[in-house]
Every structure is written in structure tokens, then in C-alpha cells.
Design a protein around this ligand. Sequence first.
Ligand code: KE4
Length: 417
Amino acid sequence: MPGGVNSPARAFGAVGGEPVFIDRGEGPFLYDVDGNRYIDYVLSWGPMILGHAHPEVVAAIVQVVRKGTSFGAPTVGENLLAERIISAIPSVEKIRLVNSGTEATMSAIRLARAYTGRELIAKFSGNYHGHVDSLLVAAGSSAATHGVPSSPGVPSGTVQHTLVLRYNDVDGLQTTFETWGREIAAVIVEPIAGNMGCVWGSEEFHTKLRELTSQYGALLIYDEVMTGFRVAWSGAQELLGIKPDLTTLGKIIGGGLPVGAYGGRQEIMDHVLPEGKVFQAGTLSGNPVATVAGWTTLRLLEASKPYPQLKESTEFLAQGLQRVAQEAGIVCQVNWAPGMLTIFFSRDRVNDWDTASRCDTRAFARFFWGMLRRGVYLPCSQFEAMFLSVLHTRELLEQTIAAAKEVFTEIAKEGFS
Ligand code: KE4
């Protein structure tokens, strides 16, 4: 397998050395094949908000899988998952389940172009929306990590219809729409970015984006693959108070199995085949095993609504990390949202790709390895977010902060600042 991985995000290219091979997960922990235990802040890049191998999720999967894995025919289970997502997110009136976040964003883009009859798409540098050709331009996540923000193999003809704007640049939005507004089919955005590291879109930015897309007849697509059911029950759109036209989802809605989704206003979604003419299909879309894992995860989240606790835990960890870095003489910026955070090795506040890309990635790599050796498993890139589960107890957060204190002290002695 290229690089020994099935997704470049897992390769330790940005931090050096060989990836750890995981044998099993249990709650907030991972255990590698040598039996070492780690506090897991990757959580499969977001899905495992309830922790690994949650007994009720496992039991639901076992019960369903005994009846067969996939039929290629309608099932009750996919309707239950669709209904629960629709009931959770007011802007989503109708939804199509797919197998990944990439399929969700790819389909949402196609739908927006068909619905508006326009071709131009706008995205933001440092935002990552999966490996869709038309969106692999100035992308974040492992595209940025491995220094290929615009990938070989993407024809120039494909990306000539993609405008790349600067995240949080309100004036840039205004200028772009004054010039191109009537030709833009959709703007796709990570409402709280995670793929350049964690960066909030400002209230002014999101308000202006919603105003301009409405004014010029472009669709607003909130890519909540990462933030959906993580930062709040109804996602970042609940925290921001903005109603997008379409929302893309993934990760948590599959509970660790392959599920993505795109949904939104019924009169837009009714253009999707077979209701409408926009083609999109998938052999395993909505399959019984993946949908029951997702449905059970959402049922448990809805029952416990752990978001106040998740916010409090993330704030506690963010403040603790910032404090011990300062005490060790290490300058860094800790950006956080409920359930996710990033330690940026930067002197400047990080609020877009330009500032994120100036981080000291060598310092990050040194910090990463120091924490790994102390049993704390972080995302292997400066341009990713750490994730918390509902099982990351205060005790585990304190252990993490103590480990960080030791590592910051170590790297300060090595000349990092
Ligand atoms: P997937 O195709 O990987 O399921 O989803 C793509 C995607 C779309 N939109 C957002 C906001 C995302 O964060 C992602 C995927 N995120 C990366 C981690 N930042 C997945 C990790 C990986 O690529 O292995």
C-alpha cells in the first residue's frame, strides 16, 4: 500500500518515524500491537466521540450483522438514521446517505451546480472537504500536511471553476461576490475549521457569507463532516446561528463505520435522482451495519447531550496546555471549540491558512513525539485537530497536561521557544 497506509493522514510523514500500529481501542484509550496504552486524541479523526468499542454500539452492530450485511434494497435502519439526523438539524429537511465525507461534498457540489445552473464553486484555503477533484485546491488536512495542497492528477480544467478565498476575510468575500456573484453555484466552508488546525470562522465572516450567498442566489454549503454532532447536537450551525442551504456530514454519523450524508432544503434535495435528475448512487450507501452504528451513536448522544461537559473538558485542557507552555517559555496558540482543539506552534494568533502555515512544524513534531512517548496519542500533523470523547475524564486531561508540561520543558531546553 502506498506509504503503508490507506489514508495519508495516518502516515507520520510530517512528524517523521513510523506510525504506531493499533491493536484495539477501549473507551478513551488505544492499545498498540506491543501492548502500549495511549490516551487517544485522534478518535479515528473524529468519529469516536463516545469512545472506542462502546458496548451498546458493538451490541447493535453484532445484532444487525447476524441478519446480513448489505442488501442493496431499502431497509428500516437507514430510514431511522436519516430521521434522527433530520430531527437534529433544522436546516436539513431531506437527506441522502453515502459512504464518506468525500462522497457527501462531491455530491453536494454537483447538486448545487445543477440546482443553480451555474459552474463556479468557492472554497477557502486551508479548508479540506475530502479528495474531490474540484475541491483539492489549496486544501488542508493531509493535503497540506504532505505539501500537496493542489494535487497532481487534477486537470486544470477541473479547478478553473474553483475560486479559492481566504478564510475569515470579510472584505475578500464582498469583492469576490461583486465580481463573480451571479456565476457562483455554491460556497463550501468548514464553519469551524479543523483541517488547518482548529480555527473559528468569525461571526462577521459567517454573517457576511450568508448575506452574500442569499443576495446573489448562490447556495451556502456547511461542511460539517467534522463538526456535525461534535461541537453541538445540531453542529456548528447551532453555535453560529446560521442556516446553510446544504450541510454535509460524516464521521460521527457512522459511529466509526463508513457513513457520509448531504442534506438540506427539501426543494433543493428533490433534484436528486430518482426524485429529480441529479445522478448520485452507491452500492453500500445506507447499509444496515453502518447505519445502525451511526443511529446508535446518535441515540446515545441525544440521550446524554454531553455537549456542556465536552465544552468544559475542552476548555480545561486548552487552558491547561496554554498555561504549562507559558511556564516552560514556549509560545503557542491553543484554539479550541467544544470537543476539538489545536496547539499551534506560532507567535501569531491563527485565524486563517496564511497564519496556520507559518507555524513551526518542527516544534510540533518534537512535541508530538514527546507526548507519544508519554502515552498521549495526538494527530500527527500541525494542520489537524485533537478530538475529545465523552470518556476523556478530568483525570486523563490532567495527565495530558502534566505530560505536556514535561515535553514543553524538554523542548525549551533544546532551543525551541
Ligand atoms: P472522508 O472522505 O475522509 O470521510 O471525509 C472527508 C472530509 C470532508 N470534510 C471535512 C471537514 C473533513 O474533515 C473530512 C475528512 N477529515 C480528515 C481529517 N482531517 C480525515 C482523515 C483522513 O483523511 O484520513
